[in-house]
Design a protein around this ligand. Structure first.
Ligand code: ADP
Ligand code: MG
Length: 461
């Protein structure tokens, strides 16, 4: 038996509706609106009265504060039940209508609807149609789009997107805001960085001596986007205020989207409360783009700029600039600028000439020594063991892997690689390179190790 509070097809005389009226009279309009507006009652097969609520936080809070009241009200309404439970249920709670005119009126009085549309606060290029989807950002993209289409109505609340610099976090946050405004899925959208939040908060406290007025800024917001929350680190007062606003907005089913340059739990000096609340939503990461995605991004950017970019140039840049999208764009801008000054077409030679510096810097960093270090670490041995003359299997395999990577990723000759491995012969290096290459075909464990190591190498700036 489902006893619905206020879904559109419920009759005013439903038992749960009756109970809600009683609860409303007892606790007052404000608490009622906050805690009971989105609830249903279901008596399951075992006779348990399940109070359905939007999420775990509601369930805990209502159980702690209102369980006795609910029990008593159900009994007074002569609803039979064996036990009482509070169950988070994902559903479109927004369709719920106010249960009476009186409450609807009280609601409009308490929360004046200030529709503040700030157009033009979003970067025109940071939109979904300019964002290239690849393996590393597929999930973050999908979650962000779901949120943009229905702010506050998905289970991704808050949505936290984290990942290294230049990988598209700001682009996605801005795209959400842009979409919500142009498609009208949210009336009032605020985008700010955590530093702007901090400065504004301090301003309010210092000059107005009243942080409640700071909260007012967020009162009517439907979609709050805060970029780079790692800068909240160590700022206790700001974190408390952020937590307060964050909780109020979540209770009101307002959408919150945050970004961070690292996993939230790795942000030092951040309140545990805040981190714990992220668990109730979705935390998703963005990984560096693979070669295919880097090529697609370059093609997209060239298309946006109306630029004819030969395929070999796309391959050259995407093959060499591997760390992040911002650098990839940087190389392209350099090419465009140069070709417009000189009138030269963008050819492979021009690209090689112009992007040579960045590539040379990267090549310098991917040295034999660096490859020895990361390989040793991946196998839990010390780099010295790789160059020493031991022939134990737990050292010979990592040594061969390191040699393989050196041959593949540096321009060093076999002879000089051999020298850096404790003066070994060039034929030893060649043998290792071939052996690992062949073994990769059918040794899954080895393959995974090398994919992991090459991921590290690719992300060298
Ligand atoms: P972050 O905020 O993660 O440091 P940004 O969002 O500022 O990174 O991205 C850096 C640049 O790279 C921006 O110009 C952005 O448009 C571009 N960019 C990043 N990811 C993509 C992508 N998947 N498709 C298209 N452009 C991207
Ligand atoms: Mg950013």
């Amino acid at each position: 038996m489902l006893i619905s509070s206020a879904t559109q097809n419920c009759s005013l005389s439903s038992p749960w509706h009756y109970c809600l009226q009683k609860i409303h009279d007892k606790i007052g309009a404000h608490s009622f609106e906050t805690w009971f507006r989105a609830t249903d009652l279901l008596i399951d097969g075992t006779g348990t009265a399940q109070v359905q609520v939007p999420n775990r936080f509601f369930a805990d809070f209502i159980e702690e504060h209102f369980a006795d009241l609910i029990r008593e009200t159900l009994q007074n309404a002569e609803i039979e039940f064996a036990a009482l439970a509070f169950i988070p249920v994902q559903k479109d709670w927004k369709v719920i209508e106010p249960i009476s005119e009186e409450i609807a009126e009280a609601r409009t009085k308490e929360v004046p609807v200030v529709v503040e549309k700030k157009r033009g606060q979003f970067h025109p290029n940071y939109r979904y149609d300019t964002f290239v989807i690849g393996e590393g950002n597929r999930m973050a993209h999908a979650a962000s789009l779901a949120v943009a289409e229905a702010p506050g109505k998905t289970s991704f609340n808050p949505l936290v997107i984290y990942g290294g610099t230049g990988l598209g976090k700001t682009h996605l946050l801005q795209a959400i805001g842009h979409y919500a405004q142009t498609e009208g899925t949210a009336d009032h959208v605020i985008y700010m960085t955590s530093e702007e939040f901090t400065n504004q908060y301090i301003n309010y406290v210092v000059h107005k001596k009243d942080s409640t007025s700071f909260y007012k800024k967020f009162r009517s917001v439907d979609l709050l986007l805060i970029d780079d929350i790692q800068f909240f680190s160590g700022k206790v007062g700001t974190q408390k205020e952020f937590f307060r606003i964050f909780n109020r907005l979540l209770l009101e089913n307002k959408q919150i989207v945050l970004s961070s340059d690292r996993q939230p739990e790795k942000i030092p000096d951040m309140m545990d409360h805040i981190i714990n609340r992220f668990m109730g939503g979705l935390i998703t990461d963005i990984q560096p783009p693979n070669l295919e995605t880097r090529m697609a991004i370059l093609r997209k950017k060239a298309e946006i700029d109306g630029l004819a970019l030969p395929e070999e140039v796309v391959q050259f840049i995407a093959g060499h600039i591997t760390s992040n999208v911002r650098e990839l764009e940087g190389s392209l801008i350099k090419l465009i600028a140069s070709s417009s000054f000189t009138g030269r077409d963008i050819t492979l030679e021009v690209a090689q000439e112009l992007c040579g510096d960045a590539i040379a810097r990267k090549e310098e960093r991917i040295s034999v020594k660096y490859l020895q270090e990361i390989t040793a670490e991946a196998y839990g041995i010390s780099p010295n063991q790789l160059t020493a003359h031991t022939r134990k299997r737990d050292v010979t395999l990592p040594r061969s892997v390191a040699m393989y990577l050196c041959k593949k990723w540096t321009k060093q000759s076999l002879r000089s690689i051999g020298l850096e491995f404790g003066g070994r012969d060039y034929s030893t290096v060649l043998h290792s390179f071939r052996k690992i290459g062949a073994e990769l075909e059918n040794n899954v464990e080895l393959k995974e190790k090398i994919i992991m190591l090459e991921g590290l190498i690719e992300s060298v700036p």
